[in-house]
Design a protein. Sequence first.
Length: 132
Amino acid sequence: MKKAIGAFVTGLMLSAAVAAIYQLYRRRTAELGQGLEQEKAAGVQSAAARRPRRERRSRSRDGLLDLNVCSLRELADLEGLDRETAGRVIENRPYRNKLDLVSRMVVPETAYVLFSHFVTVSDPNEPVKVAS
């Protein structure tokens, strides 16, 4: 009986500790959100917001070009892609993986071999388009 009471009290203390940590977390995130709103109202931009949009989003952490968000110019700069093919890559977004370029016949396999090591694919924000 004493073990059961001890386990019950321990459980109550543990749940109280978790609840307190959660409240601190919620308060801290609310304070950060208010700070960002005040900065926006004052016209202060963060370092990430001052960078050009395509620079923030089109490169992964590894420095690879993201096929789902990069610009036409960035794609056309890749070896093996001309402006017309780069336009087809953009038209057929989003991609689930790099091999979608070849499997959907957007890019010839010979061109894919030349630039595949320089590109990556992020999670698509919209469903994949299916030909009808």
